[in-house]
Design a protein around this ligand. Sequence first.
Ligand SMILES: O=C[C@H](O)COP(=O)(O)O
Length: 260
Amino acid sequence: MTYRPRFTIGVSLKMYFGHAEALRWFDRVAELAAGHPALLSGAAELFVIPSFPALPAAVERLTPAGVLVGAQDLFWEDRGAFTGEVSGAELAELGCTLAEIGHAERRRLFGETDETVARKIAAALRNGLTPVLCVGEADRTDPERAAADCIAEFDSAISAVEPGAAGRILVAYEPHWAIGAAEPASPAHIAGVTERLAAHVAAVPGYEGSRVIYGGSAKPGLLPKLGSAVGGLFLGRFAHDPAALAAILDETVQLAEVPA
Ligand SMILES: O=C[C@H](O)COP(=O)(O)O
């Protein structure tokens, strides 16, 4: 089954930009998105995940251009004495529609575990936020083993979802070793993992409409090599230049003309 938009293109700004820099980038991306044939034709949807303090400005500047906005994390409770945390309820109130959960950097640097990821997935879904669930093998291995790791992570991540609360998830396949690198994983490796992972996700009741996107040093030129093996890309550094993001959106238009 082909879902529309055909591709999902996301950008996480991580902690790369200061506030003024983020605002300038939002304005350039809003201008790009508002007139881009990818968004107008349904070839692509675009989401942006900035730092927490930039979220209101991102919603204000990007949403009118058809760009979705999400947060880089959320807490698993909706209210209470949790100093420093941000709830899914507040994110939804701000106009966010997505929440990134379980990025490799949060696992490696901030103690994120399978258990906390599962609680956060449940929190996102009960607050109407689409989780951007990051999965991926820690060390280089073959696609079969990498896919098995990712499938186990996915199954664990949805294990705390409340009955009746299942919903669409964007599964970002990000091999840890390809994040922050010079080049992405090879197209053959990516496809070998994403096709197995997507087949698994599609067979889990309640998660219809979910899709698998690839992240980890993704840049212009990668998507045409992957074609229908992925549902899109999750970009980091290589989207800091809006021209590179425009080039990737151009690629979605060309690929959308080819039947899935
Ligand atoms: O969240 C995005 C990914 O971790 C990719 O980042 P990167 O393209 O800078 O490696």
